[in-house]
Design a protein around this ligand. Structure first.
Ligand code: ADP
Length: 483
């Protein structure tokens, strides 16, 4: 069964509130009762001492305990009447045998008074039970000696029982109980309302997030959550928005990528299809020359598919390098030689300068050649006739190998420089298309360099003296000495 976070929090909160309410009411009630008992017991004690003094006075006047019933009744009754604060004692008169029964006292507790003469015989018992009997030692209560001129003439025994219901004391305790109960109920109700409001507010960002996450899960990457606070929820919300934005960008990029791939594949395919159809319709002869054109187109198509595959591997982190100790200088020279068919017709001079310190380097030679081919291929392509390309290999202070490939070509516009390593990016669309480039070369180079743990940068300055005059393009690679 699914229980929402709101109800879980509310449940936990309620349990806590009820436990605290119970603890608070129990401790308040018992401490009030304790304090009240203490207070009553002090009062009772003082009252009893005074009563024993009054009894001593009675005895000193009467010289016996005869008529003590009447005396005690009037004294207690008066006391009870005067002590308005502590309540009124109730004295019931038993008709028949003309004795008194004191069923209440001034402090609201049932009191029993027993007066014993100096021989141990009970001369007064408020419950009228043991008059005339010898007092037993286990009779409960506090004893107060009654003395006349230092002679003990009797003993007053005061014992208290249950609180009298309806007495001010009982009413007081009852009203305390009621107000505690009222405060507990009111507190719990207020806590429930406040808790509900608070938890609703707490969980609302989560609910929003949940809604948005479900929508994103279904592919709606435009979903964002509103950030209204500065707490952990806000951080989660920000991260979620960031993630949704990345997904949206990735989705847009994926769509562009698919469109670009389709577009790039279509060009050579259309050319091949056109040539084949023209041959079928005998518009073009089925000869060596046409087959050579077809071959070039299929080679281009193959290269494009290879590049796309390599790029996908690199971008998904699946590109595995096969490194070994190789001599980068030798590889550079061999690559330059292999490109002679491109440089010679344009009369481009290629200068190679290699730091003799660089003898061996941990590289994937196949990928390294690919990097050089792409960079040098571009340099040759975008350098006019009689231009120069220089290649410098150095070990820099950090210990890395630095490779600079500089040409005297047409340069790259400053606005294009930040995007030059993006896939399918061409600085001059029409120009690159004629030359057959799909805008993947530099993107592949960047990934291959980074797979080697290196970095690549580009600069393409313009002349200070002639406006718009390119000073050529320079690519700088830094490759660490891999293990
Ligand atoms: P392409 O296959 O189109 O050459 P690249 O990724 O290798 O794709 O290059 C991207 C774009 O960068 C090229 O279309 C070109 O406009 C520009 N470019 C790359 N190298 C050079 C260079 N040496 N000189 C001038 N422009 C360059």
């Amino acid at each position: 069964m699914r229980i929402s976070l709101f109800f879980k929090l509310m449940g936990a909160f309620l349990v806590l509130i009820l436990i605290s309410a119970l603890v608070i009411s129990f401790t308040t009630l018992s401490s009030t009762r304790h304090a009240f008992n203490q207070f009553s017991s002090n009062n009772r004690n003082q009252w009893s001492i005074r009563l024993s003094e009054d009894l001593a006075f009675f005895y000193s006047v009467s010289d016996s305990w005869e008529g003590v019933d009447e005396f005690l009744t009037s004294v207690i009754y008066n006391d009870a009447r005067q002590s308005g604060l502590m309540g009124r004692g109730r004295i019931d008169r038993a008709d028949k045998d003309h004795t008194f029964q004191i069923s209440g006292s001034m402090d609201g507790y049932n009191l029993r008074l027993v007066l014993v003469d100096n021989t141990g015989i009970v001369v007064f018992d408020s419950l009228n039970k043991i008059i005339g009997q010898t007092i037993s030692s286990d009779e409960p209560g506090t004893t107060y000696p009654v003395s006349v001129s230092n002679d003990q003439v009797g003993t007053l025994l005061v014992s208290s029982g249950e609180i009298i219901s309806g007495s001010p004391a009982a009413n007081f305790l009852e009203s305390v109980r009621r107000s505690i109960l009222f405060s507990v109920v009111a507190g719990v109700l207020i806590a429930i309302v406040m808790g509900a409001l608070l938890f609703n507010q707490f969980t609302s960002p989560l609910r929003q997030l949940q809604k948005a996450a479900i929508a994103v899960g279904k592919g709606d990457f435009r979903q964002r959550v509103k950030i209204q606070s500065r707490d952990e929820f806000a951080e989660v919300g920000l991260s979620f928005n960031q993630m949704a934005e990345n997904l949206e960008n990735a989705e847009v990029a994926r769509q562009h990528y698919m469109a670009d791939v389709a577009h790039e594949l279509r060009t050579p395919l259309t050319a091949i299809q056109g040539t084949v159809e023209a041959m079928q319709d005998q518009i073009l002869p089925l000869d060596e020359e046409q087959l050579a054109i077809l071959h070039t187109q299929t080679t281009l198509l193959n290269r494009l598919v290879d590049d796309l595959r390599l790029l996908t591997l690199a971008e998904t982190g699946q590109l595995k390098l096969i490194r070994s100790m190789v001599n980068p200088g030798v590889i550079v020279k061999q690559t330059v030689d292999s490109l002679k068919p491109m440089t010679t017709p344009k009369n481009i001079s290629v200068l190679v300068q290699i730091d003799p310190e660089i003898q061996e380097w941990q590289l994937d030679s196949h990928r390294f050649i690919q990097i050089l081919n792409n960079l040098l291929g571009n340099a040759i392509r975008y350098t006019p006739e009689n231009g120069t390309i220089s290649i410098l290999l150095n070990r820099v202070d950090s210990g890395d190998m630095e490779i600079k490939i500089k040409d005297t070509g047409i340069g790259i516009p400053q606005d294009d420089l930040p995007h030059i390593f993006d896939r399918f990016y061409r600085a001059d669309k029409s120009r690159a298309r004629i030359s057959g480039g799909a805008g993947l070369g530099l993107s592949i180079v960047k990934h291959l360099v980074e797979a080697h743990g290196g970095k690549i940068t580009v600069n393409s300055p313009v002349s200070e003296y002639i406006e718009g005059q390119s000073m050529g393009t320079e690519f700088v690679l830094r490759l660490p000495a891999g293990q």
